[in-house]
Ligand binder design. Sequence first.
Ligand code: FES
Length: 159
Amino acid sequence: MEKELEDTLEAIYLKYVDNEDNIITVLQDIQNELGYVEKEAVEWFAKKTYTPVSKFYGVITFYSQFHLAPRGKNIVTVCCGTVCHVKGAPKVIAKLKEDLKLKGADHTTRDMLFTMENVNCVGACSIAPVVIVNDKVFGKQSGDKMVKNLKYYKEELRN
Ligand code: FES
């Protein structure tokens, strides 16, 4: 483990050493510091606190806020709830994957500029299919419309 990472983890540990039940807060701090919950960091904490690694992963997998892999600069969230599914979400996903050159199970582009995720109903079924880019909601989308919408983000990143 790199010294810099160990120092970061040690600082988080010292903050929570008297409050061992606070796994969620520890994981939030790790994610805030590293951008995601790195496997090495979880193992370090498990060893340091004599806590089974499985206890950490139980929390990580229960809460959708935690991410086990680095994420791109822009998060493209495609709603895959029933209404969006029926109204064409699978076609939107296929087109976006093609546009972002995401292969197989990849979620993040190689240049780390985009991460594509799926969620269940985001509560905007009247404008299905719905795609959210960062905090902006795009309703009544098709694959082509979303490819055009993403152009804005791609140009933003170039400037
Ligand atoms: S199913 Fe997509 S917003 Fe409800």
